[in-house]
Design a protein around this ligand. Sequence first.
Ligand code: HEC
Length: 212
Amino acid sequence: MSSANRNTSNPQAGDEQPPAVSRHVGIAPMLTLIAVGVLLYAGGMYLDRHAGGFRANVYEPYRSLEYVESLQPQDKGDKLMAQGKQVYQTCSACHQASGEGMPGQFPPLKGSKWVLASGPDRIIRIVLNGLTGPIEVAGETWQGVPMPAIGSGFSNQEIAAVLTYIRQNEEWGHNATAVTPEEVAAVREKVSDRSAPWTAKELKKIPVGEEE
Ligand code: HEC
């Protein structure tokens, strides 16, 4: 009697239940895991393709619009002038953006015979080691604070660029020859053991013709 009851109410009790339960619990997390994996992979591929391959310099901000412009492909002369304009920001603290200097303190670069000499050997020295007065510029004698040695912090390329900028600045009416990094390198080597600023008297002994 008891065995007959068991058979009618639950004919296959104990035979097949466990496998059915474990299969249903397993599928949902598996699918989620696969979906997450595919998404991560696709996301990584997307970023890699569209976001610069995770290179740090892709994400660095640029210093200014002018700096970005200076990186644009240009012919060689324009590029030197653009870089020179950047470096000139150091000079303009004293000589002013206009190149006109400050009366009684900083002599003008605009119209200066020192700047416009046929060769750059004197002005390269001024930038590398500084200058102490008296010096005659634009018909006046200047003897204020000495100009500091600025060039030691700049590369040959940067000094060539800033000197080209002041020699060829159209707004100042200048049209002298460009200065090359090689010219700066040659002078830097010659004056490497000097730390004192130049005097105008000493500089006048340095030829500024093409042969130097
Ligand atoms: C801290 C102020 C200061 C800065 C910055 C400065 N100068 Fe000068 N510069 C002077 C002074 C002062 C003199 C004149 C020194 C003297 O009286 O002997 C001078 C003189 C000169 C001269 C020779 C005289 C003339 O007017 O032509 C040149 C060329 C020159 N500077 C170029 C530069 C360049 C290029 C830079 C930037 C790379 C620069 N200076 C940055 C103060 C400065």
